[in-house]
Design a binder for this molecule. Structure first.
Ligand code: UDP
Length: 240
């Protein structure tokens, strides 16, 4: 796990957002991965994904509290979190402020339609140049279209690791753009799924809210978070 902790950015959220804003204004490109324990556990089993996470092309930030806890257990000075949902909201804010374009790819059709409505009412000056649900058969074709549109921001909600893999496949073809794999963020921002109440967010307990409201996530939680912590403990013992 150490290789990941060395790669993950430990930057205050606001400083990070400023950096992203600058990249957007200067029409540079950036590929952001908001990592949680599941990201690292999948990377350990999937070589292609691992290479993406560890590549120089990607900027990895800590989303899940499990990442911070795991880093602490191995004495890595990692304390700053950047939540995926917050990053997406910030990007939409910038998109509105600077009249930039955004392409939405992923999630269910109902969700993507609601996302468009949210953007049209809350981020009026953001230009949505594409909004395609994540269940279309030919996902490559969607990316060909993204290439044609050449948007300033590309948000891909296909779940880990598929969202990162498809971005990585096409990333080198782009000259500009902020690319982010956003997981379930569209579900939350569209209002289709509730975000954890402030009480849970403040106490770093969003994970608890998610597994109690969606019990089918329990197995996934065990596979990623519980196994993640025991893996970390093993590595800590090895070092000692
Ligand atoms: N999704 C998709 N196509 C697929 C599989 C998933 O568009 O083939 C979407 C799904 O609808 C959801 C997102 O990918 O909006 C991933 O959600 P999940 O809750 O798994 O993400 P997390 O935030 O837990 O990473």
């Amino acid at each position: 796990m150490r290789k990941y902790f060395e790669k993950i950015l430990n930057e205050d959220e606001n400083i990070f957002f400023e950096k992203v804003k600058q990249m957007l204004q200067e029409e540079k490109k950036m590929f952001i991965i908001t990592a949680n324990p599941e990201t690292l556990m999948i990377a350990e089993k999937d070589e292609e994904f691992k290479n993406i996470v560890l590549s120089d092309e990607t900027t990895v930030v800590a989303d899940g509290i499990g990442i911070i806890k795991g880093a602490k257990m191995l004495s890595y000075p990692l304390e700053n979190r950047v939540l995926g949902v917050d990053l997406v909201c910030k990007l939409l804010e910038y998109c509105n402020e600077y009249e930039k374009s955004v392409y939405l790819f992923g999630a269910k059709e109902e969700v993507i339609q609601k996302m468009k409505q949210v953007i049209n009412s809350k981020y009026k000056k953001a230009k949505v140049v594409g909004a395609v649900n994540g269940y279309v058969e030919n996902k490559e074709e969607v990316f060909e279209n993204i290439k044609k549109e050449n948007p300033d921001i590309v948000l891909v909600a296909l779940g880990i690791p598929n969202q990162e893999k498809i971005i990585a496949k096409y990333y080198l073809d782009f000259k500009k753009g902020i690319f982010v794999g956003v997981g379930g963020s569209f579900d939350v921002i569209s209002g289709v799924k509730k975000r954890a109440p402030e009480f849970f967010i403040k106490r770093n307990l969003e994970w608890l809210y998610r597994i109690t409201t969606e019990p089918k996530r329990l197995k996934r939680f065990y596979e990623s978070n519980v196994k993640f912590i025991s893996k970390i403990k093993k590595e800590r013992r090895k070092k000692a």
